[in-house]
Design a protein around this ligand. Structure first.
Ligand code: TYD
Length: 206
């Protein structure tokens, strides 16, 4: 991995927590200040990654095992890291990611039963993915989150409230273990209020 000079900012949270809205607002604010921001989403963000994403979210593929999921998310991410993330960080850019391997640790690790430690070890120690400088965890009750999803549900969203409750608990456990890297931001508030908190917690790592 080349020496990192840029900054890696990550938005995390359950489905419906408002990551995309917050990423839009944050990107606009940072750009207005003259920060050169590169935005990417997971899974996907590369040609190979988008193919893997389609496989992961296909609502018909209900038989997919949690370990298959784990490796597919990691595979999509590996491509994103090598094509986009690592080169951008090496050029000193600020990268804003909509989800990262903390999602794998919370979804497949905590909720899917693979284990949080196992998923984190795979990402950090085996794959060697760069660590985030700041992770914003948009925390929300899953019932509120699911009520916000007003389109046909994809395969992950169909797993339901109980699954998402385990995802949420997993995210909070991960955040508690790394309080300097994570900022937990309550997401059940007006988007502009949430955005104010997000901005403050990002600004001090830039
Ligand atoms: P995403 O595109 O962020 O969906 P949305 O925009 O609807 O929040 O992520 C798609 C789904 O993939 C989402 O349900 C969360 C899930 N996911 C995992 O289970 N593991 C992962 O590692 C990632 C990145 C996403």
């Amino acid at each position: 991995m080349p020496q990192m000079r840029g900054r890696l900012l990550v938005l995390e949270g359950i489905d419906g927590a408002g990551k995309t809205t917050q990423a839009d607002i944050l990107e606009t604010r940072l750009r207005r200040e003259g920060v050169r921001v590169l935005r990417a989403r997971e899974p996907g963000g590369t040609r190979i990654g988008e193919r893997v994403r389609a496989l992961l979210l296909d609502a018909r593929r209900v038989e997919m095992d949690a370990r298959t999921e784990l490796f597919l998310y990691m595979a999509s991410r590996a491509q994103l890291v090598s094509e986009v993330l690592a080169p951008a960080l090496a050029r000193g850019r600020v990268v804003l990611l909509d989800r990262y391997y903390y999602s794998t640790a919370a979804y497949q690790g905590a909720a899917g039963g693979v284990g949080i430690d196992e998923a984190l070890a795979l990402a950090e120690r085996i794959a060697g993915f760069p660590r985030a400088d700041r992770v914003i965890l948009l925390d929300l009750d899953p019932r509120t989150g699911m009520a916000r999803v007003n389109r046909p549900m994809d395969r992950m969203e169909k797993k339901g409230i109980a699954y998402l409750a385990r995802v949420r608990a997993g995210f909070l456990r991960i955040a508690r273990r790394e309080p300097r890297r994570f900022a937990v931001v309550p997401a059940d508030r007006p988007p502009e209020t949430v955005a104010g908190d997000v901005y403050r917690r990002v600004r001090n790592v830039l």
